[in-house]
Design a protein. Structure first.
Length: 382
């Protein structure tokens, strides 16, 4: 079994897990003491994927009570071991109810905190959301959100033009990682936000002012600042191959964070479904508003990894890094790679990067029951 760690592939390793943690990663066989588990291949072992932007899937909506639990179980089959339930801008009472629902200690992937996608966003870049719930930064509203949240809000998407430098600094002092998104910020405004403490970009290219050679916009700022973590929805629809490759080329330190941005109707049969005050139409490969605008994705994180390997010409280890270690690092969690001492939140994948087994805290919580491909199926198909 090979081990993916730090964007590199370590061939033929033996991994030992005990008490919820990885206790050894060794090139030679290890005798497992009693109570320890040896994780073995064939395939590739990586730190479990972390989805920092997921609203729901298969009808489960993180903003409704009791639905984080079934979503957490569903995410295991993607190799996801941790996630940030992502809530969207809504009227204050609905926002408070959603923040109290988006939590728990579920039996599937771990809840690592909450991602608040708003409400301090630009009405000029609403994406699919109705902009009437967007606001300028409001400290009282922020305090109400914190008080309502059952899991800490550890990540917030903000529009640079909705906050002053001091307000960005105050949010950072509250321990929140800030991500630039749903923004019509100019290049200069975006750079000022990065200088003030915004360290991330939300779904790069989508719902932000695009690139023009005389008006580089927020996209230009992301391309110019390779030290900023950039979310990418690699479903083949939200971003075309060339801009995805251009973004990756600006990030020599691996600051591409694959996200699903999946919405509750993802994985449901074709039809119309209500969500976030809109009617979403699910067809064979996309989720759209009746106007045709994309409305969140149906992407799974493991499919994003496989597309990253193909589109970005990334090695398997580099593609896995974008879904496991880069998302962790982007929200301030240990980015040190798969080594002794880290939590045994792991995914074992086959050579085509389809998950075979997912462990959380050293316990196998999901296992693929049947081979995904028969022997003569085209390899790399997705
Ligand atoms: Zn979203």
């Amino acid at each position: 079994m090979d081990v993916a760690s730090g964007g590199q592939m370590l061939p033929r390793r033996h991994v030992l897990v005990a008490n919820g943690r990885v206790t050894a990663v060794s090139a030679s066989p290890i005798q497992a003491p009693s109570g320890a588990l040896t994780v073995d291949g064939p395939g590739v072992l990586a730190q479990g994927f972390v989805d920092t932007h997921v609203h729901g899937r298969r009808g489960f909506d993180v903003m409704r009570p009791g639905e984080v639990e079934p979503l957490s179980l569903d995410l295991l089959s993607q190799g996801v071991t941790g996630f940030l339930p992502t809530i969207v801008a809504a009227p204050p009472n609905e926002l408070a109810a959603a923040l109290s629902a988006a939590s728990g200690d579920p039996r599937g992937a771990r809840v690592l905190g909450v991602h608040a996608e708003g409400p301090f966003l630009s009405p000029d870049q609403p994406g699919m959301f109705p902009p009437d719930a967007f606001h300028d930064y409001d400290r009282a509203l922020w305090r109400d959100m914190q008080n309502a949240a059952a899991s800490p809000i550890c990540l917030m998407t903000v529009a640079a033009e909705r906050l002053t430098r001091a307000q960005v600094e105050n949010l950072r002092a509250d321990g929140v990682t800030l991500s630039l998104g749903h923004t019509d910020a100019s290049y200069e405004e975006a750079l000022a936000a990065f200088d003030a403490g915004v360290t991330r970009g939300t779904h790069a290219y989508n719902a932000m002012r695009g690139f023009h050679h005389r008006d580089p916009g927020a996209v230009g700022a992301l391309l110019d600042r390779g030290d900023i973590d950039a979310e990418l929805i690699l479903d083949g629809l939200h971003v075309a191959c060339a801009p995805a490759r251009i973004l990756a080329a600006t990030r020599t330190t691996g600051r591409i964070v694959l996200v699903s941005d999946s919405v509750p109707p993802a994985g449901c049969p074709p039809g119309d479904y209500p969500w976030a005050g809109r009617r979403l139409r699910v067809d064979s490969d996309s989720i759209r508003l009746p106007t045709g605008r994309l409305a969140g994705s149906a992407l799974t994180l493991d499919a994003a990894v496989r597309r990253a390997a193909r589109w970005l010409d990334a090695s398997p280890a580099a593609a896995l890094h974008m879904a496991s270690e880069a998302p962790r690092a982007s929200i301030g969690l240990d980015p040190g790679g798969l080594r002794a001492g880290v939590a045994a939140d792991l995914v074992l994948l086959d050579p085509h990067l389809h998950p075979r087994m997912t462990l959380v805290a050293g316990v196998v919580r999901w296992r693929r029951m049947r081979p995904k491909h028969c022997a003569n199926a085209p390899s790399g198909a997705d």
